[in-house]
Design a binder for this molecule. Structure first.
Ligand code: RB5
Length: 150
């Protein structure tokens, strides 16, 4: 992805707020434009209230990629993955951040604000943004994700 002019969605609850602010500042310095869906303080909030609007913007094609956070990364990821055009991957390592792009064509990375350092979170966000989907056999697999059984 080119940085200049690229708009990214970011959203968190209180558990991911500080990491969101840290990564947002670094990415803005690199030329990304950020649409921040909140939260805007460490006050306790419910993660779906911020994650739903960010995920909807990506689901609707208004924004290409997003970086979301909560304390563990789980609630944020679960909320985002309710949208059919969203593929959100929860990551704890840089290798996972690469794999969710290479193999899963993820358009959202979910980061655990309370379980990795800010620098680790930033490294994962950058890897997510700079890694391409491999296609090939992974295209077939990704296409099957939404084929739920009835
Ligand atoms: C908030 O305390 C915490 O539950 C939330 O940030 C997240 O970890 C939920 O999955």
């Amino acid at each position: 992805m080119t940085k200049s002019g690229t708009v990214l969605a970011m959203a968190s609850d209180h558990g991911g707020f500080e990491m969101k602010e840290f990564i947002k500042e670094q990415l803005i310095a690199e030329g990304y434009e950020i649409k921040d869906f909140g939260t805007n303080s460490e006050e306790s909030v419910d993660y779906p209230d911020m994650i739903h609007p960010a995920a909807k913007a990506i689901n609707d094609g208004e924004i290409e990629r997003g970086i979301i956070f909560c304390g563990s990364g789980n609630g944020a990821q679960m909320t985002a993955n309710k949208y059919p055009n969203v593929r959100a991957g929860l990551c704890w390592t840089v290798e996972q951040a690469s794999l969710i792009r290479q193999h899963n064509n993820a358009n959202i990375i979910s980061l655990p604000g309370r379980f990795v350092s800010f620098d680790e979170g930033l490294a994962m966000a950058k890897k997510f943004l700079s890694t391409d989907f491999e296609g090939g056999r992974h295209t077939r697999r990704v296409e099957k994700i939404n084929k739920i059984l009835k």
